[in-house]
Design a protein around this ligand. Structure first.
Ligand SMILES: C[S@@+](CC[C@H](N)C(=O)[O-])C[C@H]1O[C@@H](n2cnc3c(N)ncnc32)[C@H](O)[C@@H]1O
Length: 316
């Protein structure tokens, strides 16, 4: 499979404009993928600027390296196969003290959905893995076949907002009594059968969509990583530097929105906290009052961009 033309980058022009790039800037792209955004960024910061291109998936790193080499843009890039949650360690290793912009284009690429064989898609029959990297602690197989009833229900409700979680988990447990669930195809069938047929048809999207989302989030610790990474980003950001985040579902977007509100000085503690514990302190301004969405034309050209939301924060 030719991975190089599979992933269409989302909201590229908007990201480049919002990052307010200048020649010589140092930019941290935490989600390099197929280098779609990176290429546009390099063109704006070259010849003296540098981009730190990070991805947990080694296949994404090698694909991006090939694409960038063909375009003779490799000189401006540090390629780093790591988790973007390790911002502090990555920058320390590269001896970089300040960064002009951060980009996080969250989730997974089309290359991973269609060609990684890691079981990200419910319409393919692959082994239950779902790790972006190869060294994660836990894969989807261990969760599906090893987690308790309570734990499974909790992650399906919390990370999938799946109201049929109870029925689905009971069905998974019944199957586990006979044999372990090995593939995405088996899991997808179990989920589809657990949801009453009439409701299955009425729901938006595939019946397994929410459970697969929940599993991926749990496997890769996705939600916790966003908050931790934004906290580190703000501390390494230059004055007037910007953080741009593209999210693809409401759980991610809620975290980004709240973090940016907190960075702009708003207390985001739960209403029943007697005193503020989130240390709300104004560090700058939110540049996107409402999240920026792809145009109708972009969604037509690239249906996977449909749920994208871009939010941007500028450090004072
Ligand atoms: C939506 S794709 C990025 C696509 C890229 N912006 C482009 O236009 O080609 C997301 C990428 O982020 C990577 N990724 C997801 N979570 C990560 C993490 N915590 N650390 C590093 N990379 C991560 C995935 O492996 C995937 O390649």
């Amino acid at each position: 499979m030719n991975y190089e033309n599979i992933h269409k980058p989302v909201l590229v022009k908007e990201v480049i404009d919002y990052l307010n790039l200048k020649k010589g800037d140092v930019i941290f792209d935490g989600t390099l993928g197929g280098a779609g955004h990176t290429i546009g960024i390099i063109k704006a910061i070259a010849p003296t600027g540098k981009i730190i291109g990070v991805d947990l998936d080694s296949q994404a790193i090698s694909t991006a390296a090939r694409i960038l080499a063909k375009k003779k843009l490799l000189d401006n890039v540090y390629l780093v196969n790591d988790n973007f949650v390790n911002i502090t360690g990555i920058l320390k290793k590269l001896k970089i003290k300040k960064v002009n912009g951060f980009l996080f284009d969250l989730g997974l690429s089309s290359m991973q959905i269609d060609g990684s064989g890691k079981g990200f898609s419910y319409i393919r029959d692959e082994k239950l893995d779902m790790r972006f990297g190869n060294n994660g602690e836990i894969d989807a197989y261990s969760i599906i076949n090893g987690y308790s009833e309570e734990r499974l229900k909790e992650i399906f409700y919390k990370f999938g907002e799946e109201k049929w979680s109870g029925r689905i988990v009971r069905s998974i447990l019944n199957h586990r009594k006979i044999k372990n669930i090995e593939t995405t195809g088996e899991l997808s069938e179990i989920i589809s059968k657990a949801i009453p047929a009439i409701l299955g048809y009425q729901r938006k999207g595939h019946p397994a969509k929410r459970i697969f989302q929940a599993l991926r989030i749990e496997v890769n610790n996705e939600l916790e990583n966003i908050g931790k990474s934004l906290d580190q980003s703000i501390s390494f950001l230059e004055k007037k530097g910007r953080i741009a985040v593209i999210s693809y579902h409401s759980l991610e977007d809620r975290i980004v929105k709240k973090k940016f509100e907190n960075f702009s000085g708003k207390c985001v503690c739960p209403p029943d906290f007697p005193i503020c514990r989130c240390d709300a302190e104004k560090k700058g301004n939110i540049l996107t009052k409402k999240a920026v969405r792809p145009s109708v034309k972009e969604i037509e050209d690239n249906p996977r961009s449909k749920s994208a939301k871009l939010r941007v924060f500028e450090k004072a």
